[in-house]
Design a protein around this ligand. Structure first.
Ligand SMILES: Nc1nc2c(ncn2[C@@H]2O[C@H](COP(=O)(O)OP(=O)(O)OP(=O)(O)O)[C@@H](O)[C@H]2O)c(=O)[nH]1
Ligand SMILES: [Mg+2]
Length: 425
């Protein structure tokens, strides 16, 4: 299970300042000499890994990052000021893709990774520089070179930090929905959630990724209720929030059943750090059940909540955040390199989903299709042709038609849209 966080940015390094032409005018040296100084260098834009970051959230709001231009040279052979580089701090596991070049230009996958993404321009030379025995009054200078400019897509691949674990219908999806921007399906029947859902949770200045996992049942470790399938996801989470429905008949038993399944799973997920969350404290029996739980497990810290109305959850999030700081990171992903392109091992991506947004507007989402989209340079006809061929190979048109998409309807993939043209009509 991977969470792909994606941000599109414009980057512009500073231009180099221009050299200038100037001559000294001194009292005892009326002819003077060339004295135009050099321009300063423009600032570069550098991406640097910062282990305190685990998300791209703070970049999401900056559409453009630019470094300052170098100052022009001055008289008296004085340099113009060079400008500081802009250091953009990103989480480990960030890759930077240049949209126009259509390739990955940086892969910040080690703790000390630091890459110049846009080189600042060099300052030009003032005429002072060009003084020679043959020309002691040069009247020319050079201009600064422009700073590099790029449109990039920044992507982060990471695993969930926290997994929500518990029996079906205890309120896991409800929890994710109130603490993050994820919108999982919520209903009072078991196995509402069949696939993990991820959301970004912000706590103070930090944030972490929370995974809403399908409910577990007794026998899961032997495969009951898609058990292995579901338990597998928990393996990738550093911390478990064990959610209990305190309105149930016997939450102590529920708690033990789940822990037993975790323990039985190969690799012993029973060792994974847990936070115990007593949910649905609004229900009858809840207080009584909680009391019994605390008597049975006096050493376990229990957090009480009514997730439905977002009550009691802040302390849980803070606790999770604190614990995560101490817990080791798992390796982010396996990579192997071929030439300059970086290839990531994905789980087999889902082809695509089609959403009907009404009024003849449709949206297509899906890992594979979105990657295709990102790899397409829409300024380039060949590239666009390749894109549309790939779409037809994935039978996107057919799927759209089946869902009721009509000629002239608008279909969106990311912020790109095209008019639906059904050739069969
Ligand atoms: N009374 C009460 N009901 C809650 C609370 N939290 C969640 N629920 C309800 O419990 C039911 C199940 O919630 P979900 O969030 O779908 O449960 P889940 O754990 O994700 O369930 P599965 O996906 O099936 O494993 C829903 O009807 C929720 O509205 C709570 O604090 N109090
Ligand atoms: Mg659910």
């Amino acid at each position: 299970m991977q969470f792909i966080d994606k941000v599109k940015l414009k980057l512009k390094a500073g231009n180099g300042g221009n050299g200038i032409v100037a001559f000294k005018r001194e009292k005892y040296n009326p002819l003077g000499g060339p004295s135009g100084g050099d321009g300063g260098n423009g600032g570069s834009i550098i991406f640097k890994v910062d282990t305190n970051k685990s998300t791209l959230l703070d970049l999401r709001y900056s559409k453009m990052i630019r470094a300052q231009d170098g100052e022009n040279g001055k008289g008296n052979s004085m340099y113009g000021a060079s400008r500081d580089d802009v250091i953009v701090k990103v989480p480990l596991g960030t890759i930077v893709k240049d949209i126009a070049l259509d390739e990955v230009i940086a892969d910040l996958n080690t703790l000390d990774s630091q890459v110049v993404i846009c080189q600042g321009g060099k300052g030009g030379k003032g005429n002072y520089h060009f003084k020679s025995s043959r020309n002691n009054a040069p009247d020319f200078c050079t201009l600064g070179t422009p700073g590099e400019e790029r449109d990039v897509i920044i992507e982060l691949k990471l695993l969930a930090d926290v997994g929500l674990v518990g029996l079906p219908s205890v309120g896991k999806s409800t929890l994710l929905s109130v603490v993050s921007n994820a919108r999982p399906e919520i209903a009072d029947y078991p196995f509402t959630t069949l696939k993990p859902q991820l959301g970004m949770v912000k706590v103070g200045d930090s944030s972490f990724v929370m995974a809403d996992l399908p409910g577990l049942i007794e026998g899961a470790s032997e495969g009951r209720g898609l058990g292995h399938e579901f338990l597998k996801h928990i393996e990738r989470c550093r911390l478990i929030i064990h959610v209990l429905d305190m309105g149930h008949e016997d939450p102590i038993n529920d708690f033990e059943v789940i822990n037993e399944e975790l323990k039985r799973y190969p690799g012993n997920l029973g060792d994974r750090p847990q936070i115990v969350l007593a949910n649905k404290m609004d229900l009858d029996n809840a207080e009584e059940n909680l009391k019994a739980f605390k008597e049975k497990y006096p050493d376990i810290e229990v957090f009480e909540a009514i997730t439905l109305i977002n009550e009691g959850l802040m302390p849980v999030l803070y606790k999770a955040n604190e614990m995560l700081k101490e817990l080791p990171q798992f390796p982010l992903y396996d990579t192997h390199k071929t030439d300059t392109k970086v290839v990531y091992k994905y789980e087999e991506p889902k082809q695509f989903d089609i959403y009907n947004e009404g009024n003849g507007v449709w949206r297509i989402e899906g890992d594979k299709i979105e990657r295709l989209f990102l790899n397409t340079n829409f300024q380039d006809d060949d590239s666009v042709l390749r894109f549309s061929r790939a779409l037809s190979k994935m039978k996107v048109d057919e799927a759209l038609r089946e869902r009721g998409c009509k000629n002239g309807d608008q279909v969106f993939i990311h912020d790109y849209s095209f008019d639906f043209m059904d050739e069969d009509e």
